[in-house]
Design a protein around this ligand. Structure first.
Ligand SMILES: [Zn+2]
Length: 289
């Protein structure tokens, strides 16, 4: 209380001082008022100028509802491996990599991007080095894979052959459009719920990477391949050749897809060995990178 009284007195004294000086210099208020008017005018001018300067660069984004939607497809592709890395940070910086449907658009050309229900490739993403598979391992027409993946697959098939198993490929590279047809076919045949457990929507398929193959043997494909000695061999050995079974048994709650012992994706021998050692599903491993 005492302190506040002391303070209250101070302005009174100051007021007296000001009052005294007014008497002597009557021109000062007018001068200060003029100066203030000039200063205020200058500030207003500067603010207006700064505003219009600021709006120059800012206005294109204003007309930009379309821009963010288009950028994601272009920029990750240009950035190559950098941006798609789905380390939790990517999900907190959504704007440059989100599609209009809310999914994350990953880089085209990076074989280690995660592809699941939340991550997809740009619709126009097509590998530039697709090579046709030899006829003797292609089932049901021409098949294509990226060169590196095919070389590794041939090595894997040779190793299987040495162990007495003759493997073939019944599906490999699928374009966005082909995947759209594939998915639509499954929806038509079995309904959407079933289709979403067993088939990726266009853009979300690992087959669009050109590094993924569906393996069969002795005329047994898809569900009929499950439980065969060939499927067991593939599960135990494919990592040695750079491939991972993307959708292992009992992991649907993690991968989003039912068990697919026939579906293997090439990630390179080093990464495949790491995935194998980690005991993680490929999706978990790639999302943690
Ligand atoms: Zn597949």
């Amino acid at each position: 209380m005492a302190g506040s009284r002391t303070r209250k007195q101070t302005p009174a004294r100051n007021g007296q001082t000001v009052g005294r000086s007014r008497g002597g210099d009557a021109w000062r208020p007018v001068f200060f008022a003029s100066m203030m008017a000039v200063v205020v005018s200058i500030i207003v001018l500067l603010v207006v100028a700064a505003d219009s300067l600021g709006q120059g660069p800012a206005s294109p984004p204003g007309g930009a509802p379309a821009d963010p939607a288009e950028e994601p497809a272009a920029s990750p592709a240009e950035l190559g491996r950098g941006s798609p890395t789905p380390s939790g940070a990517a999900s907190s910086t959504p704007s440059p990599t989100r599609g209009a449907d809310g999914t994350v658009i990953v880089a085209c050309g990076d074989i280690l991007v995660p592809l699941d229900k939340q991550h997809r490739l740009p619709a126009d993403c097509e590998p530039s080095d697709l090579v046709q598979l030899p006829a003797e391992i292609s089932f049901g027409g021409a098949q294509y894979l990226r060169r590196e993946a095919l070389d590794a697959l041939l090595e894997l098939f040779e190793a299987a052959r040495e162990d007495g198993f003759i493997l073939v490929v019944n599906s490999s590279y699928r374009s966005y459009d082909t995947q759209a047809q594939t998915y639509a076919t499954w929806v038509r045949l079995n309904g959407q719920e079933y289709a979403d457990r067993t088939s990726a929507r266009p853009g979300h398929s690992e087959h669009q990477l050109g590094t993924t193959a569906d393996i069969g043997a002795r005329g047994l494909f898809l569900e009929n391949f499950a439980g065969t000695p060939e499927a067991a061999w593939l599960a135990a050995n494919s990592w040695k050749y750079g491939f991972i079974v993307s959708y292992p048994e009992g992991k649907e709650h993690i991968t989003g897809y039912a068990y697919e012992p026939w579906h293997i994706r090439y990630v390179g021998k080093d990464v495949a060995a790491e995935v194998h050692r980690s005991g993680l599903t490929l999706r978990e491993f790639l999302l943690q990178r």
